[in-house]
Design a protein around this ligand. Structure first.
Ligand code: HEC
Ligand code: HEC
Length: 234
């Protein structure tokens, strides 16, 4: 995959100076936007695509970031951009990456390039811009979710056996399906309200996603969300 040219430190040092206050916030915002457009737009959608099709979902190079401010915890973004780890074991769309091996499908290592890493100031600048992308405030505010601790054993049974979520999501490294993002880090990566709202209605966030809407009632969504947030603290 072609790496877009990184826009480098002289600009970023200047930019951090700008953000830390000796110029107008509007200018800082504009520069942060420019940084993200230059370094991230080659792979990620930063604004809502005109039409959502399953072809786009299959072919996109990276997950969408246009609602990043409604989705991520800013502290996580800042850390992860400095030392990114794999989130989707099968890549952005596993169907592009898996190959059949003798007894099961595998993802060849060279199919999944490392994510570019950024230094601390670059990560803060990028995270601040991503946090301003909030087209789905309404979906977030319609959810009054407050995480509660839950029994790990019951939660695990529910996630694996009763609801079958483990078919697509890893519960721990190497255990679970590889077509969705790992869930054992989701509690520290995602806003709790996003987690809840996405499980309740995945298509409200990502219209053509292949995670189905199970039409779970609120108490079921609460239990699954509690399990996932508790997992990330274990
Ligand atoms: C060469 C392509 C490429 C570039 C450039 C790139 N990314 Fe990514 N990014 C990816 C891929 C592929 C993933 C999915 C990784 C995974 O799930 O394991 C990803 C994942 C992410 C995620 C997690 C998304 C999610 O929904 O889980 C964030 C946040 C992110 N990138 C931010 C950025 C930012 C900010 C920049 C620019 C400063 C950037 N990326 C530049 C390819 C790229
Ligand atoms: C058929 C496969 C499949 C099943 C079954 C499934 N998911 Fe997903 N899930 C996905 C995919 C793919 C995504 C990524 C969607 C996107 O960002 O476009 C996702 C995203 C998520 C997210 C957001 C995670 C993130 O990092 O963006 C959560 C939380 C989640 N699923 C929880 C669940 C729970 C709980 C269940 C069981 C009720 C479940 N999923 C069942 C495929 C699945």
């Amino acid at each position: 995959m072609i790496q877009p040219k990184l826009f480098h430190l002289s600009t970023v040092t200047l930019l951090v100076g700008v953000i830390s206050g000796f110029s107008s916030p509007a200018l800082a915002e504009k520069t942060a936007k420019q940084f993200v457009e230059t370094n991230c737009a080659g792979c990620h959608a930063l604004s809502e695509p005109e039409s959502s099709t399953t072809t786009r979902i299959r072919e996109r190079k990276a997950p969408d970031l246009y609602y990043a401010g409604n989705k991520f915890q800013e502290d996580w973004l800042i850390q992860w951009l400095q030392s990114p780890t794999r989130i989707r074991p099968g890549g952005t769309f596993f169907g592009q990456n898996v190959v059949a091996a003798e007894d099961r499908d595998i993802v060849p290592k060279d199919k999944l390039p490392e994510h570019p890493a950024f230094n601390a100031s670059e990560a803060e600048v990028a995270a601040s811009y991503l946090m301003s992308l909030t087209p789905y405030d309404e979906l977030i505010s319609s959810t009054a979710y407050v995480p509660k601790p839950i029994s790990g054993a019951m939660g695990r049974m529910n996630f694996t056996k009763f609801k079958g979520c483990v078919a697509c999501h890893e519960l721990e490294k190497g255990y679970g399906g590889i077509s969705g993002p790992e869930v054992h880090t989701a509690g520290s990566r995602l806003k709790p309200e996003f987690l809840y709202s996405f499980i309740k209605n995945p298509q409200a966030w990502a219209p053509k996603t292949f995670m189905s809407n199970l039409h779970l009632d609120d108490s079921e969504v609460q239990k699954l969300s509690d399990f996932i947030t508790t997992l990330s603290k274990e």
